[in-house]
Design a protein. Structure first.
Length: 685
């Protein structure tokens, strides 16, 4: 039998007078023809034939699958994957690839069933396995669409919930059982089969949000980043998306956040990877519910004016046997040369961005989530690892590009094409880059084209400063001001993320030096410095609680800390800061223009005081930060005017010392203030 085109032999032939079936597991085969049960004749080699005197149609006979499903013959139908679809995919230009690739419910030739397709160009042949055929690897061979490398089969009668995989028979004679790279959902780990899933059941009610949504470049953008599996749990077990949605909305609205950002909830097998080792690039993790549950989750947040951003991981993928690693027996999605295709730091594989089909797979994934899940943006993980061939590698572990350099030319092209296509298709969606190596033009629309870049340099500098003992802070004072020397080269988000509170780095609170009171005052100072500094904002969960231990994905956030006054102080201080931020355009309107920021000089390294103006939206704010644990009385600020203190992190409400500048004395050339220890003051001017 022709393995690349089984339909040429199997199915209905001779003008509807001959039926040929393939059942290598059976000695006899019965089928139903014109309502009558008949036996086919054995031809040997697993082939069976039934001949008729008069012609019939594909709907005049039915077969019985091994599990008992009685349905029309899969091999009597025309292809569901068109030559045009195949051509677009091979060119890397099929932007609706999620609709046609993978296991999809459909009606084909007026018959309901599931169409299956998979890209495996180097396979000797491919068969479909699943519950319906008892996972028999030779029972249902698929046909190749021309020379496209795409294999296809339509199975009438299959329904939602069917578990399946692709049996890849390699050219070396090996058998590889692979999950569907385009599956909408997979089984609950540790099982690895794909599951036929509908994604059109949810009736969206977020039209108002989607129509008014903006990219937020001149609007407040204050992101609360969370791991949905351990933000809150029920008896130590994961909660459903639908249970979590109202709790998250209530919390982020009270706290004054505008968006949430989810650590990856794409398909992934390992909890401890936090979702960053993805095996399902078109799937939603089954841990927390169904695809429809997740759509309901996003819809609910949108109806309550909370945006949803998604961590998306196109930089690398795990080596799990069931996933896309060596998918068809060759290095299909990855490079064969380990200097290009293997990431030694993460023990993961790297996409071959030079293949049009791989580029299509990844960009199609991004478009899919923005479209079908109504996401407001994607934070692209590990962008530097995509840009640089020598990222986190020793000299012998990487290979220069054709020009002898360390830039991944194909990876850079991928990022440009990704952002171009996203912005063409979803003009109001945000694209954010986690880029750590100061590659030029990350947010330049004529270069990489992201909307925002995580300023990881700011995170490193600011945390280095805050971890320093108070008496030595004058030696690292430039860590506070260095960021503004390059700030306007990109459009930045200031992140205090999960990476800052894991792998032995300690929690934000535990980084702080000094007594317990001083630690909490320092944390209030850190958070307020972030909120008043130019740039959009991001805080990882737990920071607002004053969490003592570093983050552990296997434990729920320690909400009981909010019964303790010092922790209540952090919580209430941040909520007040967030709402202050939302109500003061000076803190966000001109984040990316030098007109929105002005240093008050000179910098006071000796007394550890820093001050500046934030301007925009018709208002000006004077922000003063004092980084030493002593009161400074009569401190002179070279700013002329009659400002009024409108916010202080030293308020007793936040467990501060309660020092207030109820009246501010103006002097020649400036003003005099009492500066509380380890505190931020904000003055209206």
């Amino acid at each position: 039998m022709e393995r690349t085109n089984p339909h040429s032999r199997l199915g209905l032939h001779d003008d509807g007078k001959r039926i040929t079936l393939y059942a290598p597991e059976k000695e006899e085969v019965w089928l139903e023809v014109l309502g009558e049960k008949v036996q086919a004749n054995s031809l040997g080699g697993g082939l069976f034939e039934y001949r008729l005197d008069c012609p019939i149609t594909i709907k005049d006979y039915r077969i019985t699958h091994p599990k008992g499903l009685v349905a029309y013959d899969p091999y009597a139908f025309l292809p569901t994957f068109s030559n045009e679809d195949a051509l677009l995919f091979n060119q890397g230009k099929h932007w609706k690839i999620a609709d046609v690739m993978g296991g999809r419910l459909c009606t084909h030739q007026e018959v309901q069933g599931v169409k299956f397709s998979v890209w495996a160009p180097h396979a000797k042949w491919v068969s479909l396995v699943g519950d319906f055929n008892h996972w028999e690897t030779e029972k249902n061979p698929m046909r190749m669409i021309g020379s496209s490398g795409i294999w296809e089969l339509f199975v009438p009668g299959l329904e939602e919930g069917e578990r399946y995989k692709f049996a890849i028979h390699t050219s070396e004679g090996h058998l590889r059982l692979k999950a569907d790279p385009y599956a909408y959902q997979g089984e609950m780990r540790p099982s690895t089969a794909s599951v036929v899933t509908r994604i059109d059941l949810h009736e969206w009610k977020d039209n108002h949000w989607m129509e008014k949504r903006k990219r937020c470049l001149h609007k407040p953008l204050n992101i609360y980043k969370l791991h949905i599996g351990c933000w809150k749990t029920r008896g130590g077990e994961f909660m459903n998306y639908r249970e979590l949605a109202p709790l998250i909305v209530k919390y982020v609205k009270e706290m004054g956040f505008t968006h949430i950002e989810l650590l990856p909830v794409m398909g992934h097998p390992l909890d401890e990877s936090w979702g960053y080792q993805v095996t399902g690039y078109y799937a939603i993790s089954r841990r927390y519910g169904t695809v429809e549950d997740f759509q309901w989750f996003v819809d609910y947040l949108h109806q309550n004016d909370v945006g949803v951003i998604f961590d998306w991981v196109p930089g690398h993928f795990p080596t799990d046997d069931h996933s896309i690693a060596q998918f068809d027996g060759t290095y299909l999605y990855e490079h064969e040369d380990p200097r290009l295709g293997y990431h030694p730091k993460w023990d993961t594989l790297i996409f071959n961005y030079g293949k049009p089909e791989v580029l299509n797979f990844l960009i199609g994934s991004a478009l899919f989530y923005l479209d079908k899940m109504h996401l407001d943006g994607l934070r692209v993980d590990a962008v530097s690892s995509i840009i640089y061939l020598d990222f986190e590698r020793e000299a012998h572990q990487w290979k220069p590009n054709v020009e002898g350099g360390n830039e991944n030319i194909e990876g850079i092209t991928f990022l440009k094409e990704l952002n171009k296509k996203v912005h063409e298709t979803f003009p109001t969606a945000l694209m954010m880059a986690e880029e750590s190596h100061a590659y030029p033009g990350v947010t330049d629309p004529n270069r990489l084209g992201f909307d925002l870049r995580w300023d990881l340099g700011w995170s490193v500098d600011i945390l280095k400063f805050f971890e320093t003992e108070h008496s030595y802070r004058n030696h690292v004072f430039k860590s506070l001001t260095h960021e503004m020397t390059y700030y306007y080269s990109e459009k930045h988000i200031l992140p205090l993320s999960h990476d800052d509170v894991t792998h032995g780095r300690k929690s934000l609170l535990s980084k702080m030096p000094g007594s317990e009171w001083e630690q909490f005052a320092n944390l209030r100072l850190l958070l307020s410095y972030m909120m008043t500094h130019p740039g959009k904002k991001l805080l990882f969960m737990g920071g607002e609680l004053g969490q003592k231990e570093e983050w552990n994905c296997n434990e729920m956030l320690p909400w009981d800390l909010l019964t303790i006054p010092y922790h209540q102080g952090i919580y209430h201080c941040l909520a007040a800061l967030n709402h202050f931020y939302l109500s003061h355009p000076a803190l966000y309107v001109d984040d990316f223009s030098p007109d929105g920021f002005e240093w008050i000089e000179p910098f006071d390294e000796k007394k550890l005081v820093l001050s500046y103006l934030r301007k925009g939206g018709g208002e000006t704010l004077l922000c003063i930060h004092h980084f030493y644990p002593e009161v400074l009385e009569g401190y002179f600020i070279p700013f002329e005017g009659k400002p009024k203190e409108i916010f202080s992190t030293d308020s007793k409400e936040y467990q501060g010392s309660g020092i207030i500048n109820s009246e501010i004395n103006a002097e020649k050339g400036g003003i005099k203030l009492t500066l509380p220890p380890l505190a931020t003051l904000i003055l209206s001017v």
